[in-house]
Design a protein around this ligand. Structure first.
Ligand code: PEP
Ligand code: MG
Length: 909
């Protein structure tokens, strides 16, 4: 059978549906679906995503056999519409738009009004009886085609438009007369000739094929490539291209174009939400060139159309069982739908919508759980301004509350400045007229984004929400001079570097730096607000409760203080997966004893110092166990090399030299410092991460482990006496051989016996190991003979498998990632093909020796959704992550269970 590359959609002739996103891209699949269910969709055809790859492989050429299929479908379109492409009397005009499987808003290109030339222009003017409209379409075509296909900088067209408007004293595009429109077109044509050496193409088929090629090419433009990297979208997917009969929102007062959501994408409220512009074409709304009117005004202006739009979009929401983000055009009083897709939303809205859809009976709990991006939950924990603090600051301006959260920073005016100021350790707010996809890196480096124009669906708003960055857009009160880098708000002038604060939840722009406060959910978590006073907290807990009922993995937290443990429990942690005991040593009142311990020259001296530390550690453990109320607590014995507790060699040398040169020459002090320096020198290592650390320390200084074990069991026994439940797990770091673990385990067991004997109680506990060096993973079967549990330390495991220092990699890693050498940072998401394979092997080997071996992970990957999915798949029992990541992990763990279940059901169907 001959492979099909082009799929038609139009009244009664629909060749696709919403489930064909792989082939038709999101836009193409949904256009077909809408046409299929009888909604008013202008007919057209979609060229499949396969062609994108074929095109690239052929050196950016569309092969002849595909061109023929395209032309065959163009003929079908002509037959269906009764219009002809290039016909001087009754011309068919088309749009050419991109659409990948996953939406990439604004990243790829679009060309509208194709099919216009000097002849068809007259036909369109005659037929529409509106010459001004026809000219408007023509100037738009030359401008878009010039930019997208001929790669002439947009600003050169904008300059011609601006100059013509100024010369004719015109302030709004809508006031441009036919005569001026003609002048603009001439100016554009001359620009094309000057820039390319050729006339603007009059052959409409040439226009069409060049536009299709340009859209395929845009799949690989730098901003699309960056977007895919950031969103883990594979390059091989390709974009589809939809060619569709044009409908016109720019014919006159009875025409309009707009975009909207079936629910508010920032708050989740159930209301038709969006914007429109009379007498305009689609790009005017999205580009933020004119500030559009809110959709609710349409109810007054065109009540019939508003009603139809509401019914149509309601139907879409029910059909897709999710919030829809749609585009529409009203052509002389008739509504047309141009696009629908599941709407992107803030974390806040995502949680509310998911819970609401379940309660409205539209979806089940599992579907609801799949609708929320796990990382989006972080946004609900975003800081807000302290209300009292905020009152003290003057509101400079108000814009649209486009993406929630509070941010304060120094003003910068370019994306590049945002990045370099951030690198210099500064917090910045990026202020722009409007942002474009080229600004992505700057937006990502900023605390928040402020734009002077644009609506809720402008680039800044959409991307801000997606990144979880606070954003205020369409702030018309700002008088901005981007080039000279200043803006005025009221009487005040702001230059680069001045501090402002923005509230993305209210749209306010405020003077100066305002301190931020925890989010509403955090206020409840910390007991500063009652749960029943916070609807979002209730929705959040409901959703996560559903997640807990489904997920298989247990979720623990990496915490070592009772305060953090409390937060972790409030977020739903089921235990502590890693308490790094050395963090307790770093506290100010313990450091002198740690130093004393390290400086000791004999075991006896060391034991004396350790004895002073013991009560502190016992208290730490006691409080931690108490807070965790019987949940398992994994305590890791000391890990970092000892010199980390001492001052730096260089600092000491300077201090000694200064003292020697001073008048007082405090001999005693100098002597002390010299002794310290000697010890620092003795402990110094070339690569401390691979030196005297982890269990190697515990083996050479067993008395440290004895003290830690004694502190743990003293605390445990005291708890037992108080009839409190406690389950300690003692974990040994950096084990590479079974013998190392046996050595440490023997010490712990001995001390445990001694302390239990002293308290006359019997406690259940276990001793296990981190798996964080390759040898431990490779010999996991041997190690499991001793270890009662494993916990993957994927920070060190990644470092040692890659041979890449986790501390020194940052510089070149950034280059690798920016240039696509590596797709992901292995210190953020598990490198499944390398580190992952070794983990899988260790799980299998470990369980071969000890079938019930409990296995978890406590590297940073334990809070990252894709790594969590992997951990589920290789059969870990739990993941452990920072307290604030616990909600993310709960949801991610539920999602992987649901997906796995539905795959199994698919197979058995
Ligand atoms: C690890 O290596 O993954 C780990 C959790 O230990 P640390 O980060 O303390 O070395
Ligand atoms: Mg480690």
């Amino acid at each position: 059978m001959i492979k099909k590359y082009v799929y038609f959609f139009g009244a009664g002739q629909v060749e696709g549906n919403k489930d064909m996103k792989d082939i038709l891209g999101g836009k193409g699949a949904n256009l077909a679906e809408m046409a299929g269910i009888g909604l008013p969709v202008p007919p057209g055809f979609t060229i499949s995503t396969d062609v994108c790859n074929i095109f690239a492989r052929a050196g950016n050429q569309i092969p002849l056999y595909i061109e023929e299929e395209i032309l065959g479908n163009l003929k079908r379109l002509e037959d269906l519409t009764g219009q002809h492409f290039g016909d001087a009397e009754n011309p068919l005009l088309v749009s050419v738009r991109s659409g990948a499987k996953f939406s990439m808003p604004g990243m790829m290109d679009t060309v509208l009004n194709l099919g216009l030339n000097d002849y068809t222009l007259k036909g369109l003017a005659r037929k529409s009886k509106n010459r001004r409209f026809a000219l408007d379409c023509y100037r738009r075509l030359i401008q878009m085609f010039g930019d997208v296909v001929l790669e002439i900088p947009k600003k050169k067209f904008a300059e011609i438009l601006r100059a013509r408007k100024q010369a004719n004293k015109i302030s709004h595009d809508n006031q441009i007369t036919e005569k001026v429109m003609g002048e603009i077109i001439s100016g554009y044509k001359s620009l094309v000739k000057k820039e390319t050496g050729r006339e603007f193409p009059q052959n409409v088929l040439t226009q069409l094929m060049l536009a299709i090629s340009a859209v395929f090419k845009s799949w690989n433009n730098p901003r699309a490539v960056t977007y895919r990297r950031l969103n883990y979208i594979p390059d091989y997917l390709g974009t589809a291209v939809s060619v569709q009969q044009m409908v016109f929102g720019n014919i006159g007062k009875n025409s309009a174009t707009g975009v909207g959501f079936t629910r508010n994408p920032a708050s989740g409220e159930k209301e038709l939400y969006g914007e429109y512009l009379f007498n305009a074409q689609g790009e005017d709304v999205v580009a933020g060139v004119r500030t559009p009117s809110p959709l609710k005004n349409l109810e007054k202006e065109m009540p019939e159309i508003y009603k139809e739009l509401k019914e149509t979009t309601n139907r879409l929401e029910k059909h897709y069982r999710d919030v829809q983000d749609f585009e529409f055009t009203i052509q002389e009083g008739h509504l047309f739908m141009l696009q629908t897709r599941n709407g992107k939303r803030t974390g806040h809205a995502a949680v509310k919508i998911a819970v609401d859809l379940v309660e409205e009976g539209l979806i089940g709990k599992e579907d609801a759980l799949l609708k929320v991006e796990p990382q989006a939950l972080n946004q609900l924990l975003h800081p807000v301004f302290d209300a009292k603090e905020k009152e003290k600051h003057e509101v400079l301006a108000r814009g649209l509350a486009a993406s929630p959260g509070a941010a304060a920073g120094q003003v910068v005016f370019t994306a590049e400045d945002a990045v370099s100021w951030k690198r210099g350790g500064k917090k910045v707010i990026l202020v722009r007229g409007e942002t474009s996809p080229d600004d992505i890196h700057g937006m990502s480096a900023s605390q928040g984004i402020l734009t002077a124009t644009g609506g809720m669906t402008s680039h800044a708003a959409v991307v801000g929400r997606q990144m979880g960055k606070p954003a205020v857009v369409g702030c018309g009160d700002l008088r901005l001079n981007e080039e000279k880098k200043f803006f005025h708000a009221g009487e005040k002038k702001f230059n680069e570097g001045d501090w402002i604060s923005i509230d993305g939840s209210s749209g306010e722009v405020l003077f100066g730096e305002i301190e931020t406060r925890p989010s509403e959910i955090m206020q409840v978590i910390r007991g500063e607000r009652k749960p029943e006073e916070s609807k979002i907290y209730q929705d959040f807990t409901k959703l996560l409760f559903w997640a807990d009922q489904i997920k298989r993995l247990k979720i623990r937290a990496n915490t070592d203080t009772p305060a953090d443990a409390k937060v972790a429990l409030a977020f739903g942690a089921e235990g502590i997966g890693l308490a790094r005991t050395e963090h307790m040593f770093f506290e100010k009142n313990r450091l002198p004893f740690i130093k004393e311990m390290i400086l000791s020259e004999t075991e006896k001296e060391r034991r004396k110092a350790l004895a002073k530390l013991l009560p502190f550690q016992k208290k730490d453990f006691y409080e931690l166990f108490k807070e965790m109320k019987g949940h398992p607590v994994t305590i890791r014995t000391i890990d970092p090399p000892l010199h980390e507790f001492l001052p730096r060699k260089e600092d000491l040398m300077v201090e000694i030299a200064v003292l020697r040169a001073s008048k007082s020459r405090n001999k005693q002090k100098i002597k002390e410092l010299e002794k310290l320096l000697e010890r620092v020198k003795a402990l110094s290592e070339f690569n401390p991460m691979l030196g005297h650390r982890g269990c190697r320390l515990g083996i050479s200084y067993p008395e440290i482990i004895e003290m830690q074990a004694a502190a743990i069991f003293e605390a445990v026994c005291q708890m037992a006496r108080e009839r409190e439940k406690v389950y300690p797990e003692i974990m040994i770091p950096l084990v590479g051989t079974k013998e190392e673990l046996s050595n440490q385990k023997a010490i712990i067991n001995r001390v445990a016996e001694e302390v239990m004997e002293k308290y006359k109680v019997k406690i259940e506990y276990s001793v296990g190991t981190m798996i964080e060096v390759p040898r431990a993973a490779i010999t996991a079967d041997e190690i499991a003979q001793e270890a009662e549990f494993f916990s993957f330390g994927t920070n060190d495991l990644t470092q040692t498998i890659y041979g890449l220092s986790r501390d020194d990699g940052a510089g070149f890693l950034a280059y690798y990632l920016a240039n696509g050498i590596w797709k992901n940072n292995p210190f953020e998401t598990i490198d499944i093909n390398g580190v992952g394979i070794i983990m899988k092997m260790a799980v299998e080997k470990g369980r071969k020796s000890r079938p019930n071996l409990k296995i978890g992970i406590c590297g940073v990957h334990g809070g990252e959704p894709r790594s969590i999915e992997f951990c589920h798949k290789i059969g870990l029992d739990y993941v452990s992550c920072s307290a604030y990541q616990v909600p993310v992990a709960r949801l991610a763990a539920a999602q992987v269970t649901i997906r796995e279940k539905s795959k199994k059901e698919d197979i058995s169907d």
